[in-house]
Design a protein around this ligand. Structure first.
Ligand code: GFB
Length: 321
């Protein structure tokens, strides 16, 4: 049963400065929502229960889209697992509890496709959660995200809260973190190809073997899906959000090169981890509800590179590893 969300509803978007949060705020504004609530990390540390509770008591959000998190690519996850586990566990615990205590009407929590078992049957159905061992490079983050998904289910069962969770695939788009070490593959490669072009270097290092497959979703499509799900979905089981299509890292790198630096020669570095071999989401439940992605990869890469150039992010000095 779809719900109407009035344009003046108090909607709290956590993590509004991040890739996903900023896209959600952009999308809600474009859809005419006028009463968006956001708060910076400096004002309220989402890991601190009392501060979060006090903020909810004061601002009384009616809807919450909880996308804040400590996030990063394969290297950041692999080298800072304790931080990824602690920060994300705490953030979802405080926000969900405050949302229950302050009678939030509906909450959407975002997981991540890395919560599914490493050797999952493909495409991955939502029922695969907790069916097998996780990928080691991101197990801390994945465990925290699984706890968030299970928490939504627990609040539904015990208190009747309308808390739902969705499971996005790998994301990219404007507002991403383009750090060369800590970011996700897409942003890192845009940055690396750009720097190599600027410096006239023919070769660009791509981590791993190039063989793993990834499904890429533009963050503006995810933001659209978030609002859609808030209105149209109210079930205990999480729901996958993706495009239903994937490609190898080699193919994705070639597509990025095509836009940023077509002359680049790709050099693979197998000393860097590959991570999960494949994580293609089965999006048939989302399609059956009536939602499908709109932004195709070639357009998305171009728009993301334009954003990168407009924001003058290609100035990083130092080695491109
Ligand atoms: O995007 P990414 O860091 O994360 O890496 P995951 C995807 C693949 O791209 C891996 C390869 O096989 C990397 O080896 N890759 C190639 C690169 N060149 C690069 C590069 O320059 N930088 C990076 N970062 N990768 C993350 C999880 O896994 O997925 C998070 O660590 C999160 O928890 C996210 O869930 C969605 O797809 O492997």
């Amino acid at each position: 049963m779809a719900i109407q969300i009035p344009s003046d509803a108090r909607i709290y978007v956590t993590g509004h400065r991040g890739l996903v949060g900023s896209a959600v705020v952009r999308h809600l504004k474009a859809q005419g929502y006028t009463n968006l609530l956001t708060v910076t990390r400096q004002e309220v540390d989402l890991r601190a229960g009392q501060a979060v509770d006090a903020w909810f008591a004061q601002h009384r959000p009616e809807y919450v889209i909880h996308v804040a998190g400590t996030v990063g690519g394969i290297h950041a996850n692999n080298t800072r697992p304790a931080e990824f586990l602690y920060d994300n566990l705490m953030m979802h615990a405080t926000v969900l509890r405050a949302a229950w205590q302050h009678d939030v009407q509906k909450l959407l929590y975002l997981g991540s496709s890395c919560i599914y078992p490493r050797e999952c049957p493909q495409p991955i159905q939502e029922t695969s959660m907790l069916n097998g061992p996780l990928e080691r490079t991101n197990d801390g983050y994945a465990i925290a995200k699984i706890a968030g998904v299970v928490s939504c289910q627990a609040y539904r069962r015990q208190y009747g809260c309308h808390f739902i969770s969705a499971m996005p695939t790998n994301l990219y788009g404007p507002g991403d973190n383009f750090d060369l070490e800590d970011s996700h593959m897409f942003a890192a490669l845009i940055h690396k190809f750009h720097l190599a072009k600027e410096r006239g270097e023919p070769q660009v290092q791509v981590w791993g073997t190039g063989a793993p497959r990834r499904e890429m979703l533009h963050v503006d499509d995810l933001a659209d899906a978030c609002l859609f799900l808030l209105k149209h979905y109210d079930e205990e089981m999480t729901i996958n959000v993706g495009t239903g299509q994937d490609a190898t890292i080699r193919e994705l790198a070639e597509q990025i090169a095509e836009v940023v630096y077509p002359q680049a020669e790709l050099v693979f570095d197998p000393s860097k981890p590959d991570g999960t071999p494949r994580k293609l989401l089965d999006v048939s439940r989302l399609h059956a509800l009536g939602w499908k992605h709109k932004i195709e990869l070639a357009d998305g890469i171009r728009a993301t590179y334009d954003w990168f150039l407009e924001h003058n992010l290609g100035k990083t000095a130092g080695r491109v590893s």
